[in-house]
Design a protein around this ligand. Structure first.
Ligand code: G3H
Ligand code: 13P
Ligand code: ZN
Length: 284
């Protein structure tokens, strides 16, 4: 199959009341793991490339790997730019073959974020590329801030309504208590805020920083309108742990396939588990 826009997958998820997993890739093994998991679970899937992935592998390598994986797949696969930093980067990804982009203007003022998002939509929409934006600051677990300070960055429901009205963006990433990376404790999601946001906007909501969020909290968020769930850290953990295990057990091993093969299998397994939590299994 050809790569599909994220928008189409999320519209279907809205009808079915589930969420589609957006899994970050960095190399061939992780691309293969994501598609193998989606195939095994008969699920639509989103492969996404972060800034770090682009730096490490390059936009065109990521596109080539993902396009091939999608062509060989019998389930729908989207390729999405994660936390796009600029209009230029978005254009590079679209030219390379991405089917969806995120423009992350969350560090800008509301007016600047609206202007940048609109500029991206104007270029992307005629090409059938869907656009995700971010409002509020999600940040990372390594940010040296207290829970109260983090709360100051949560998405304001009124602003969310203004933002969506002013842009008509396809999906919106919100800050409701999650953060990127490994949590020190158990994250607490602000479901009341999510309800208020959802009461004011009707587009699919995106949850970032979802690794380490308890399954029940993820399910609750989905019941309140989250339709795309981003997972990176849990894949990294499974992948590297499995590789480390092989090397610990066989310190003399020098065949990369013997190290990365089990890592790919471990990544496939965790992605399958996530797909089942998100409820997208059996939907493709
Ligand atoms: O956007 C969140 C990613 O999990 C961070 O990715 O370190 O590959 O840029 P990166
Ligand atoms: P985690 O690494 O916390 O799963 O976050 C992934 C993410 O939000 C990518 O945009
Ligand atoms: Zn993110």
């Amino acid at each position: 199959m050809n790569l599909v826009p994220v928008k189409d997958l999320l519209a279907e998820a809205e009808r079915g009341g589930y969420a589609v997993g957006a899994f970050n890739c960095n190399n061939m093994e992780i691309v293969q793991a994501i598609v193998a998991a989606a195939e095994a679970e008969r699920s639509p899937v989103i492969i996404q490339a972060s800034q770090g992935a682009i730096k490490y592998a390059g936009i065109d390598y990521i596109t080539a790997l993902t396009k091939l994986a999608a062509e060989q797949a019998t389930v729908p696969v989207a390729l999405h730019l994660d936390h796009g930093t600029s209009f230029n980067q978005v254009m590079q990804c679209i030219r390379s073959g991405f089917s969806s982009v995120m423009i992350d203007g969350s560090k800008l003022t509301l007016a600047e974020n609206i202007a940048l998002t609109n500029k991206v939509i104007e270029a992307a929409r005629p090409l059938g590329i869907s656009v995700e934006a971010e409002l509020g600051k999600i940040g990372g677990t390594e940010d040296d801030i207290s829970v109260d300070e983090r709360e100051a960055f949560f998405t304001d429901p009124e602003e969310a309504e203004k933002f969506v009205m002013a842009t008509g963006v396809d999906s919106l990433a919100v800050a409701i208590g999650t953060a990127h990376g490994q949590y020190k404790g158990v994250p607490k999601l602000d479901f009341e805020r999510l309800k208020k946001i959802k009461a004011r906007v009707s587009l699919p909501i995106v949850l970032h920083g979802s690794s380490g969020v308890p399954d029940e909290a993820i399910k609750e968020a989905i019941s309140l309108g989250v339709r795309k769930v981003n997972i990176d850290t849990n894949i990294r953990e499974a992948f590297v742990l499995a590789a480390r295990q092989v090397l610990n057990d066989n310190p003399k091993e020098i065949d990369p396939r013997k190290v990365l093969g089990p890592a790919r299998e471990a990544a496939t397994e965790i992605i399958r588990e996530k797909i089942r939590v998100f409820g997208s299994n059996g939907k493709a």
